[in-house]
Design a protein around this ligand. Structure first.
Ligand SMILES: [Zn+2]
Length: 68
């Protein structure tokens, strides 16, 4: 279940950014989701449903409980 993301989570998308980085930080969580590329710092926004489709994995984040 890759859907336990939240604000500040680091996620991996199915498709890497053209800059070569594949890790993104969630900077806005709503009906639309905004993610920032950790490689080049560029942000993109997409509807949550599209984000869910493109999301591959949640790898952690500042607010993350890494115990489970
Ligand atoms: Zn990038």
């Amino acid at each position: 279940m890759p859907n336990n993301y939240k604000l500040g989570s680091i996620v991996i998308m199915k498709k890497a950014h053209p800059c070569g980085e594949n890790k993104w930080e969630i900077t806005r969580l709503g009906a639309d989701i905004k993610i920032k590329c950790l490689g080049c710092g560029r942000s993109i926004m997409m509807p949550r449903i599209e984000f869910n489709k493109k999301l591959k994995k949640v790898v952690g984040g500042q607010n993350d409980e890494t115990k489970a």
